[in-house]
Design a protein around this ligand. Structure first.
Ligand code: ZN
Length: 167
C-alpha cells in the first residue's frame, strides 16, 4: 500500500481523458487499493485515477461513515439516469471549494469489479452524485466546470496563490 500524490486544479493533467482498462491485472488491483488508501487518508469519499495522474478508467468510492463500503468501478459506464438532484460538492483536486451542482438523482451503472467481472448497479442520493462526479474526472471534467466562469476563475486564482505559497 502506498499513498499517491493528488493533482490539484488547474493542473492540465486533470484534463486528460482516461483510457479503458484492458485487463484487470494485479497491477491494476494494486493501483485501485492505493487509490482507496489515498482517498481514506485525504479524507474523501471518491477518487478517480486521473486525479493521481494515471490515465486509466478506475474509480474508488466509499460514502459510508466508517470506511466499511469500498466500491471499485473499473471502466464504469452510465447506462441510465433519471431525475435531478442538487448537492454541495467538493473535490480532493479542488481543496476547500464547495459549490452546488445539479446532477441526475438516480443512475444505473455498469463496470468491472476488482476480479474483472462485469456487474450493474443502481445508485441514488449521494452515491449517485459521487459516481457521476468521478466518471466526469475520467473524461477530464471537473465539478468547477458546472459553475459560472466568474466562480471558477475565483477558485483558480485562490488555488494558484496557495500553490505559490507552498514553494
Ligand atoms: Zn473530484
Amino acid at each position: 500500500m502506498a499513498l499517491l500524490n493528488i493533482l490539484h486544479f488547474p493542473d492540465p493533467r486533470l484534463r486528460l481523458k482516461a483510457l479503458p482498462v484492458e485487463q484487470v491485472t494485479d497491477e491494476i488491483r494494486q493501483l485501485a487499493q492505493n487509490m482507496l488508501e489515498t482517498m481514506y487518508d485525504a479524507p474523501g469519499i471518491g477518487l478517480a485515477a486521473t486525479q493521481v495522474n494515471e490515465q486509466k478508467r478506475i474509480i474508488v468510492i466509499d460514502v459510508s461513515e466508517d470506511k466499511s463500503s469500498p466500491l471499485f468501478l473499473i471502466n464504469p459506464e452510465l447506462l441510465a439516469s433519471q431525475g435531478e438532484r442538487e448537492f454541495e460538492e467538493g473535490c480532493l483536486s479542488v481543496p476547500e471549494a464547495y459549490e452546488t451542482v445539479t446532477r441526475a438523482d438516480t443512475i444505473r451503472v455498469r463496470a468491472l469489479n476488482l476480479q474483472g467481472d462485469s456487474f450493474e448497479m443502481d445508485a441514488d442520493g449521494i452515491l449517485a452524485t459521487c459516481i457521476q462526479h468521478e466518471i466526469d474526472h475520467l473524461e477530464g471534467k471537473l465539478f468547477v466546470d458546472y459553475l459560472s466562469n466568474l466562480k471558477r476563475q475565483r477558485i483558480k486564482k485562490r488555488l494558484e496563490k496557495h500553490q505559490k505559497q507552498k514553494l
